[in-house]
Ligand binder design. Structure first.
Ligand SMILES: [Fe+2]
Length: 204
């Protein structure tokens, strides 16, 4: 069982990272994690900034996780471009992008959580709670859009950027050194979400 020290530091003291707040809703979140500049999900949607982009200092040191995170940014870019160039296909394109986002949320969170569980990560429950809050938010947006609230699509790109940037800089950075290229399942997401019966390459 692998564990690491997770004494939280003030965001401004995290070396070489411009730590930001994140969307954490779980009331039982440990104080040392909550004190890492967390802010609630509503604030994330109310203060969009399109400047949140992938930069190398967002790397968590595991290639496949970095690739997942970069894919989220590309998806946010895609949604921004679709919303910025309305045409007769916009509705179909937005719905497709939202569906992909939901699949990515499920697959990526499963990748992180499975590795954290296998490694005996100390803050697994808190991390899962943060993931579940964001997954619920994206699912609600998807549902609202499909129910006819087309305006909600304009918020998704910035929501993804801001939440992900804050989440990586605080919560994901906490598992640096616990999750490694050796203990993270690096198969494509389709394999991760296909079910526990579809296990190959020796992954538990
Ligand atoms: Fe995470």
């Amino acid at each position: 069982m692998v564990q690491t020290s997770h004494e939280c530091v003030e965001p401004t003291r995290i070396p070489s990272h411009n730590a930001k707040g994140i969307g954490l809703l779980d009331a039982e979140m440990r104080p040392e994690v909550l004190n890492c500049g967390a802010e609630d999900m509503d604030q994330v949607t109310e203060k969009p900034q399109s400047t949140d982009v992938w930069t190398d200092d967002l790397s968590v040191g595991v290639d496949i996780i970095d690739e997942d995170h970069q894919a989220f940014f590309r998806l946010a870019d895609l949604l921004r471009d679709i919303m910025g160039s309305p045409d007769e296909n916009q509705d179909m394109l937005v719905e497709t992008a939202i569906n992909i986002l939901e699949e990515y949320v499920t697959g990526h969170f499963l990748r992180e959580e499975s590795a954290m569980a296998a490694a005996g990560y100390q803050f697994l429950a808190e991390h899962v709670a943060a993931h579940e809050a964001f997954a619920a938010r994206t699912h609600q947006i998807a549902q609202d859009y499909k129910d006819g609230d087309k305006e909600v699509a304009a918020t998704i790109s910035d929501l993804v950027r801001r939440w992900l940037t804050g989440h990586i800089r605080t919560m994901d950075m906490h598992y640096r050194g616990v999750l490694t290229t050796e203990n993270v399942d690096d198969r494509p997401m389709a394999y991760l979400t296909a079910g526990e019966d579809d296990q190959t390459d020796g992954w538990p």
